[in-house]
Design a protein around this ligand. Structure first.
Ligand SMILES: C[S@@+](CC[C@H](N)C(=O)[O-])C[C@H]1O[C@@H](n2cnc3c(N)ncnc32)[C@H](O)[C@@H]1O
Length: 291
């Protein structure tokens, strides 16, 4: 099945999808920035999920398919990868770029990660890179991953870590909210960028979803760019949740908000470039049973 139909498109789904459809092009065009930023963490994620030659892998919240390329590379021509995402615009790009790279064992399917349109016990491994924290109900997302894994299969998710280890994210969000006249948000609010950064939370959710052998590691993944302007430009085109708030403002106020973010984040500018601190959590676990 090559899921081009979006099925039951209720209002909640449309609202979740909108910011990502709008920034799909930007996320894809920022590949040159995202790829080196997440390279090491992505390789670790595939390792921790047990992705190997010939594996059948589900890529949840696959976006424009950057990590899908790495999966396809690793599993080889006899493996199979199903890339799923809520956003048709993102998946369209994923399909295009994996085909252009010559990976013909990649299938795409529009699917909310909280309600996967996938049969039970089909995959050896499931990965989800920077997606699970956006789910309104991440436990439901993890239960779905557990359901579609074969007995003994493994999952690995990548999410942002604690707020204090991700000061660029907290600065962007607090500035956007202030300019929009909105009250500060609890950083752990469900569906937010840092919602799964609360110490211990993601392990508890994996356990509740039925996984065993759960282990989380923290990885420093600083953003290294020539200048702070490059970083803010990346955010302006690609960071759905921030863009969604700033685009409600009139254009002068929006420009002032972006300029303020740039000013605040310029403190990470050094003699050899701009380096914004960033911490990721990789959580891997296994579904009981023999594989
Ligand atoms: C930050 S992007 C990450 C994309 C890709 N995994 C990567 O790392 O390049 C977040 C992705 O999560 C997807 N997403 C958000 N909520 C989702 C949900 N409930 N189900 C499936 N995908 C979702 C968005 O459409 C978007 O493509």
């Amino acid at each position: 099945m090559n899921g081009k139909s979006s099925g039951d498109d209720d209002l909640a789904t449309a609202a979740m999808r909108a910011p990502w459809n709008e920034t799909a092009k930007g996320w894809n065009e920022s590949g040159a920035i995202i790829r080196p930023w997440l390279h090491q963490a992505t390789q670790a994620m595939l390792e921790m999920a047990g992705v190997r030659r010939d594996s059948h892998v589900l890529d949840v919240a696959a976006g424009a398919g950057d990590q899908t390329l790495d999966i396809a590379e690793k599993i080889g021509p006899q493996g199979h990868v199903l890339a799923t995402d809520l956003s048709p615009a993102m998946l369209e790009l994923a399909a295009r770029q994996t085909a252009a790279a010559g990976h013909h064992k990649v299938e795409t399917r529009i699917s909310d990660g909280q309600e996967l349109r996938v049969e039970d016990a089909r995959f050896d491994a499931v990965v989800c890179r920077l997606g699970l924290m956006f789910f309104e109900d991440p436990l439901r997302g993890l239960r779905e991953m557990a359901r579609v894994l074969k007995p003994g299969g493994r999952a690995c998710t990548m999410v942002f870590g604690a707020p204090q280890a991700n000061p660029c994210v907290t600065t962007l969000m607090s500035t956007a909210l202030r300019y929009a006249g909105l009250p500060p948000r609890d950083p752990y609010q469900a569906g937010g960028l840092l919602s799964l950064g609360k110490p211990g939370l993601i392990d508890e959710l994996f356990s509740e979803a039925g996984f065993s052998e759960i282990a989380t590691i923290r990885i420093a993944a600083p953003f290294s760019l020539p200048t702070v302007k490059h970083y803010v430009n990346f955010v302006r085109t690609s960071a759905g949740p921030i863009v969604e708030i700033v685009q409600r403002l009139d254009s002068a106020t929006a420009e002032a908000a972006w300029a303020d973010m740039e000013r605040a984040l310029s403190k990470y500018q050094g003699p050899s470039g701009w380096e914004g601190p960033n911490e990721l959590l990789l959580t891997a676990a296994r579904i009981p049973g023999r594989h």
